[in-house]
Design a binder for this molecule. Structure first.
Ligand code: G6P
Ligand code: MN
Length: 461
């Protein structure tokens, strides 16, 4: 059993490898390979992964660290794909360019996400082709490269036969927070959900078989935010950290989604539910439903990309440098947690044909009867060795369906525009995005994005 991490130089790699290693019996893993196009990053992260596997856990798992495709993918069973095309420097552009025009600047939502999609579509297709060429014919690619909605639509159109499953950890991160708020174990929670990636709603949250949404609604109303009470004890410092863009003090459970400017989306859950209380919204809906407010509390000179560079990135690489110099390791430099656990559990379901239930981004195929058959939706599905088996739901309400159709068509137009090299279609995608106040502003942002993405985007005419 060979598992390759493509984008092995990511800050998430050590945590994910740890999750794989802790499930070594179920996964029967013999070898882990790290592959990246950035040799220096890959080497450094490889040093830490080597420590985790061989010093810390003392496991008999072979580690290969490489920048060579053939070495990375030959006979691989699983490829975990986590590429970030353009790195944090380009994430910064995705966030800052729209903000300069008074619009939502976010790495996966609004025009920022569309720009990131334009960069990622073709490298993703190239990765699929490489895996097809070298890996075992029964390979699975578990893709969590962003923007996952656009990437998955592009893969559906360009490589319909690829054995790829697209996933996102945000709903899981939300369930972590919900469990802490309701003071239960997340293992006792079963939820229903529908949406597109970073654009969906929880329609039911059962705790030990009992519907807990009413209790959760009360909790959110009372605290005026969706964060566990333990974090809220020091509300002042949370707010201060959010405003300054610092990560603030260590929070219990190390949930990175509750740090720095993430604060606002948990606050936004309360604000959305004050007006639309029926379902629990994914935190990302804030960017579409509170676009004006988002721009008002944002600083176009300092965005989430800067926060990440100064914290997660810096801590990891400083920690590795320190280890190389002194031989001392501080495990808090790398992030481990639900993200890696959930990917590794999904791999177990595929490999061992468990038919466990997971939320995945997959072709609708009738699961949401009033969404197009071929829409890439995020819904619960049973996972076995043949991939996701979607679970049928009732028609979704008009409000959510309308929002989703607008977002879906924006994403589909972007993919078509990228494939055809059509400026007009890409402009339509930007214009249709709910964060856009007018077609003229959409065009201004698009033209700035074309400039900033030279060398990354396909040519448009
Ligand atoms: C969530 C989303 C991911 C996204 C990440 C960004 O986990 O589901 O798709 O990449 O947040 O987190 P960051 O800490 O980099 O802002
Ligand atoms: Mn995500």
């Amino acid at each position: 059993m060979i598992i390759t991490l493509a984008g092995g130089g990511s800050t998430f790699t050590p945590g994910i490898v740890k999750s794989i290693a802790l499930r070594k019996d179920e996964l029967e893993v013999d070898e882990i390979r790290l592959y990246d196009i950035n040799e220096e990053r890959q080497r450094k992260v490889g040093v830490l992964v080597d420590w985790i596997l061989h010093e810390d856990l003392k496991l008999d798992i072979k580690l290969t660290v490489t920048t060579d495709k053939a070495e990375a993918f030959t006979d691989a069973d699983f490829v975990f794909a986590q590429m970030r095309v353009g790195g944090y420097a380009m994430r910064e552009q995705d966030e800052k360019i729209p903000l300069r025009h008074g619009c939502v600047g976010q790495e996966t939502c609004g025009c920022g996400g569309l720009a990131y999609g334009m960069r990622t579509i073709f490298p993703m297709v190239e990765l699929i082709d490489d895996v097809e060429k070298y890996a075992k014919p029964t390979y699975w690619i578990l893709n969590y490269s962003n923007p996952a909605a656009i990437v998955s639509e592009a893969c559906r159109v360009l490589r319909p036969k690829a054995r790829i499953i697209n996933i996102c950890d945000m709903p899981i991160a939300i369930i972590d927070v919900v469990a802490a708020a309701l003071e239960c174990s997340k293992k006792d929670i079963v939820y229903d959900y529908f949406g597109l990636n970073h654009f969906g709603w929880f329609t039911s949250i059962e705790v030990n078989g009992e519907e807990a949404l009413p209790r959760l609604r009360e909790y959110i109303k009372e605290h005026e935010i969706l964060l566990p009470a333990a974090f809220l004890a020091d509300k002042q410092s949370l707010m201060k950290a959010a405003k300054s863009g610092d990560e603030g003090d260590e929070n219990p459970e190390q949930n990175r989604h509750t740090k720095g400017s993430w604060y606002y989306v948990w606050k936004g859950v309360y604000e959305i539910m004050e007006l639309f209380p029926e379902y629990l919204p994914n935190t990302y809906l804030n960017y579409y439903l509170q676009q004006k407010e988002f721009v008002e509390h944002s600083n176009p000179e300092r965005t989430r990309a800067n926060e990440v560079e100064e914290t997660r990135e810096k801590n990891l690489f400083d920690g590795i440098d320190r280890y190389e110099k002194t031989g001392e390791i501080d495990e808090s430099v790398f992030y481990a947690g639900s993200h890696g656990d959930w990917i590794a559990d999904l791999a177990i379901a595929l490999k061992n044909d468990t038919k466990a239930r997971f939320l995945v981004i997959t072709e609708n195929r009738g699961a949401l009867p009033n969404m197009p058959y071929d829409a890439m939706v995020e819904v619960p599905a049973y996972i076995g060795k043949k991939g996701p088996e979607v679970i049928c739901q009732d028609p979704i309400p008009l409000f959510q369906q309308g929002l989703m159709m607008q977002q879906l068509n924006s994403e589909k137009l972007l993919v078509q525009g990228a494939i055809e090299g059509s400026y007009e279609k890409v402009l339509q995608a930007f214009t249709l995005n709910k964060t856009m106040p007018s077609m003229t502003v959409a065009k201004e942002i698009l033209d700035d994005m074309i400039e900033a993405n030279k060398g990354y985007w396909p040519e448009l005419h």
